[in-house]
Design a protein around this ligand. Sequence first.
Ligand code: FAD
Length: 386
Amino acid sequence: MHFQLDTDAEKFRDGVREHLQRTLTPEFEERVYRSGVAHDDDFAKSLVDAGYFAPSWPAEYGGQDRDAWTEQILKEELMRFDAPVYLSETTRMVASIIRHIGSPALKDRILAGALKGDITIALGFTEPECGSDVAAAATKAVRHGDDWIINGSKMFTTNGHIADYVFLLARTNPDKPKHKGLTMFLVPRDVDGFEAQAVWTLSGERTNITFYNDVRIGDEWRIGDVDAGWQVLGLSLQDEHASGWGPHIARLLHHAENWARQADGTDGRPRIDDPDVRRRITRVAMETEISMLLQRRCVWMTETGSVPVAEGPMSKVFSTEALVRASQDVAELAGPDGVRSYLEPSAPEEGRFDHTLRFALGTTIYAGTSEVQRSIIAQRGLGLPR
Ligand SMILES: Cc1cc2nc3c(=O)[nH]c(=O)nc-3n(C[C@H](O)[C@H](O)[C@H](O)COP(=O)(O)OP(=O)(O)OC[C@H]3O[C@@H](n4cnc5c(N)ncnc54)[C@H](O)[C@@H]3O)c2cc1C
């Protein structure tokens, strides 16, 4: 097993970096932050035009038939630059499901547009009363001839106010056991009866509560078989559970080192000379490395034909909790200045310490909380009883 990049992959990475340095200007970064929305249509299209949107997809769908390593390098760079790609990621995740199990008509309608950045899709799984126990979803879809009538609400439908569609989990059979009465739909955002209301997170991100009030959609918007939504959902959750946040820690490390070299301590010497500063920065560096390796191990497993069932959650838990630890460590080093707000010119590293501190907590919640991920590791990885 080795994780070094070959010359071709390095060239690809350098191209991505150059593109991101050019497009993610400070003005752009500020605009995205102030809106709270991790998406920008023009930026997404710039990735499509440069071949950095879905490089591992087959060329017939607009990809470049590249391997999973190329996709990984792209993900790492996008995260290291904090690029606003959340909606592009959820779109690709759902497009991938449609590619595998969608009807021919749905493939025709969605795939080309999604891969060009013209169609976007948000995820509608979580509800006000259930998140981790997603199979307890109560939002109902009832069949009426060739149509379905949907009623209910979803919590944390991030980008649900701008996406073209919501990939919705709905209960279609209340009489079956909870995992067996669910179906997945693609709900167009412009249907009558759909509404998105803003919910703001601790780090200033906008997410939404979405309402479905007698929303009527045709059966052509169903993805997978009726009552087989749990299996369909499993395809997307597996992708989400295998996420790694090492590049975010690398970004923080870069700013922490920068700050420590420039800031002076009370004795007039640079903070980087202080043993406590060095100790903490070294710890952040080590945890960056471990996070990157855990994630790359998942890619290696996928590339060599195995499924990272427990290794994906290990990568997610370790890297998100390492990001929390690192952001707390670094903010403490910087003292009261460390919690001056994001983009404030007088704050150390323009307030990125404070922003990371607040942002990091959410990463341990979405895409499966740390507790839920630990249960998966214990049961599926170690074979422990429920
Ligand atoms: C910023 C943000 C964006 C999000 N975006 C989306 C999105 O786009 N689409 C979407 O569908 N959802 C989204 N989510 C929702 C996210 O997936 C859920 O918040 C998450 O699954 C947890 O669900 P919950 O909030 O209902 O908490 P709960 O499930 O109520 O959990 C509360 C606490 O109990 C613990 N807990 C729950 N069950 C167990 C268990 N079995 N064993 C041990 N501990 C347990 C949890 O770990 C947590 O600490 C987002 C969330 C956030 C914060």
